[in-house]
Design a protein around this ligand. Structure first.
Ligand code: BES
Ligand code: ZN
Length: 631
């Protein structure tokens, strides 16, 4: 008997002995029973092989005063096992009011339920006992002001400074902190939503809506394509829309929307390029929402409406690889989805590969060669840092918070694996393979084994299958010897200049940096030796104004150098940077570097005390680990 089956039996016995009246269970199961997921996903209590949720009707009042969503969800359920009577849902910090059930068209009646004691990673399982005829479950509930997947911003944290703002971030397992549902990417749902807001504000969601709906306190949404829970998203704020083409546009605060539309104006061209390669865009519209700077990620591929950090608005389109990336998820991720967080590389590795193909089509091969070189270095550094089990594409994350388990490995090693396959079968054939893969698995959630089986069928007739160690790439740590390398002429030149400068053979004013792209700047700075004197840094700073550079990525690398070399002139910018920006990828490495020395630790603690209230709960949880662990 498999372990899961055994657990299930133990669980059934255990549950049989617990009360399932309309109260919280007063005798919670012991810790070891709670931490165990019950179904195929280590990060969800859901048992979709028993009863599966197919559709959600959501209804909320958005309360900025008490920082809660208050309302209800109606779940349409389907029995997979005919005798199943328990619907397991995921929750985190939710206050459950009533739980009701009904048969098709029938009246609502109470359903017995019990909310377990919370597990620190998974949250609390919610068990609802259903009658044999029940097809719908309605749960009235309220979110906590500390919900891990919601950030509530004061007006001062927005560009406009006058209205509050809120947004959700569900990936990986935060949807459960604002909706009780089967929070696993293995389950897909359609949804509708009604959202009531303060009269001056607008709600947007990862769904179809009337773009021209007037303000007035109520907005309606419908997502007709089945999506996993981590793609359900909501934002409310002072938002204005600017069309970029007849199917693309951007939402942002009024003072940001023009710059955003200018920055992202290649979006339609990117869509055309992707459709030519991988088939039709299946979500009708592609819009972007620019969030306030506390958004904890670069971008989040919420369907029809990518959420993006304002730090990509560099003024020169140099960071719009992020748009290519989030757009690519419309195929890899949103259409064909990782079935669990173990299979995350299917989402991100494929997406980085697609992102590169889109960038190549729109901006040409040199831009892609630069990105690939920078990524190679990033991956090498990451592999140096990670224990072997975390270097595996098909990584075991059970018992861990997936937020802590995500690294550059699924992204960059995943991309190299696909590029290796492309090299073996040839680009044309690989393009056909990917197109077939997206069609074959469209609107499905798949495991790594599903991918391998599909690849094996595709490669069955060629010698290619024998030429590549698929198992080694997917199940082993490290980077296989056949990982493809890219060389960028531009970056080779920049690295040589960095060497000359570091050796003292060149002064800053003679560097041909006026024409450098963001990627060349990043490579130059990353190619400098780890230790540099204040005098050398002063000279570089005086020539190029690096301490005050506007580009958030370049500033990030410069500030890392500053911290590493105790470069005092950068302290005030470091302070502003860490207080203003909440994007985890940009801030966490700075805290990591700071806490390596006693003075740095003190600086980190002082800055963090002021910055933390502005950070998203997801970013704060990561930085807590760094700063508090160092105390
Ligand atoms: N889906 C991810 C963001 C994510 C991953 C959120 C895991 C929560 C858990 C998104 O597509 C992404 O990868 N964003 C990157 C940008 C991209 C250009 C690599 C980011 O936010 O840095
Ligand atoms: Zn991604």
């Amino acid at each position: 008997m498999g372990r899961t089956a055994l657990y299930r039996i133990v669980l059934v016995l255990l549950l049989g002995s617990l009360s399932t009246s309309c109260e919280r269970s007063s005798t919670p199961a012991s810790r070891s029973d709670i931490t165990m997921s019950h179904g195929p996903d280590a990060h969800s209590y859901a048992t979709p092989d028993q009863i599966v949720v197919r559709h959600l009707d959501l209804d909320w009042d958005v309360g900025f005063e008490d920082r809660t969503l208050d309302g209800s969800v109606t779940l349409q359920v389907e029995r997979v096992a005919t005798d199943a009577d328990t619907l397991w849902l995921d929750t985190r910090d939710l206050t459950i009011g009533t739980v009701e059930q009904s048969g098709a068209g029938g009246a609502w009646r109470a359903a017995a339920f019990a909310l377990d004691e919370p597990d620190p990673v998974l949250g609390a399982g919610l068990r609802v006992t259903l009658d044999a005829d029940a097809t719908r479950v309605r749960i009235a509930y309220r979110t906590s002001a500390e919900a891990s997947g919601v950030q509530w911003l004061e007006p001062a944290q927005t560009a406009g400074g006058e209205q509050p703002f809120m947004f959700t971030q569900s990936q990986a397992i935060h949807a459960r902190s604002w909706i009780p549902l089967q929070d696993t990417p293995g389950v897909r749902v359609t949804y509708t939503a009604t959202v009531r807001t303060p009269a001056a504000l607008r709600a947007v969601m990862s769904a179809d809506t009337d773009l021209a709906a007037p303000l007035g306190g109520e907005f309606r949404f419908e997502m007709r394509q089945p999506i996993p829970s981590y793609l359900i998203a909501l934002a409310v704020g002072d938002l204005e829309f600017r069309a970029m083409s007849d199917r693309t546009g951007v939402w942002a605060e009024p003072s940001v929307v023009a710059a955003a539309a200018a920055e992202f104006d290649d979006t339609e061209a990117m869509m055309v390029a992707t459709e030519q390669l991988y088939g039709p865009y299946r979500w009708e519209r592609y819009d972007l929402l620019v969030l306030p700077p506390s958004f904890p990620f670069g971008g989040m591929e919420n369907p029809r409406l990518t959420f993006a950090t304002p730090t990509v608005i560099a003024g020169d389109k140099s960071l719009v690889g992020l748009v290519a990336h989030e757009l690519a998820h419309s195929w890899s991720g949103n259409l064909v989805t990782n079935a669990s967080w173990r299979d995350f590389w299917l989402n991100e590795g494929f997406t980085v590969y697609l992102e590169r193909r889109i960038l190549e089509a729109v901006f040409g091969p040199e831009r892609v060669a630069m990105e690939a070189t920078l990524d190679w270095e990033t991956l090498a550094e990451e592999l140096d840092r990670l224990p072997p089990p975390d270097q595996i594409l098909h990584v075991d994350l059970s018992g861990r918070d997936p937020d802590d388990g995500f690294t550059q490995v699924p992204y960059l090693k995943g991309e190299l694996f696909l590029r290796r396959l492309e090299g073996l079968v040839g680009r044309e054939r690989f393009d056909r393979f990917l197109r077939g893969y997206f069609d074959h698995f469209a609107f499905r959630s798949i495991t790594t084994a599903d991918f391998i089986a599909y690849l094996d069928t595709y490669l069955a007739d060629t010698e290619v299958r024998a030429a590549v160690d698929v198992d080694g790439w997917i199940e082993e740590p490290g980077l296989p010897d056949d990982a493809p390398r890219t060389e960028s002429d531009a970056l080779v030149r920049v690295a040589a200049l960095a060497n000359d400068w570091a050796a003292g053979d060149r002064v800053s004013s003679t560097l041909p940096a006026a024409a450098w792209s963001t990627q060349e700047w990043l490579h130059f700075l990353r190619s400098l030796p780890p230790t540099l004197s204040t005098a050398r840094l002063d000279e570089l700073d005086a020539a190029f104004g690096l301490t005050e550079v506007g580009n958030a990525e370049v500033a990030h690398v410069w500030l890392l150098i500053a911290v590493r070399n105790d470069y005092a002139p950068a302290w005030s910018r470091l302070d502003r940077y860490l207080v203003e920006i909440g994007r985890r990828k940009l801030i966490k490495p700075l805290y990591d570097e700071l806490v390596t020395t006693p003075e740095g630790r003190a600086r980190a603690a002082a800055i963090y005390e002021r910055a933390r209230p502005g950070y998203h709960p997801i970013a704060a949880a990561s930085i807590d680990e760094v700063v508090r662990a160092s105390e």
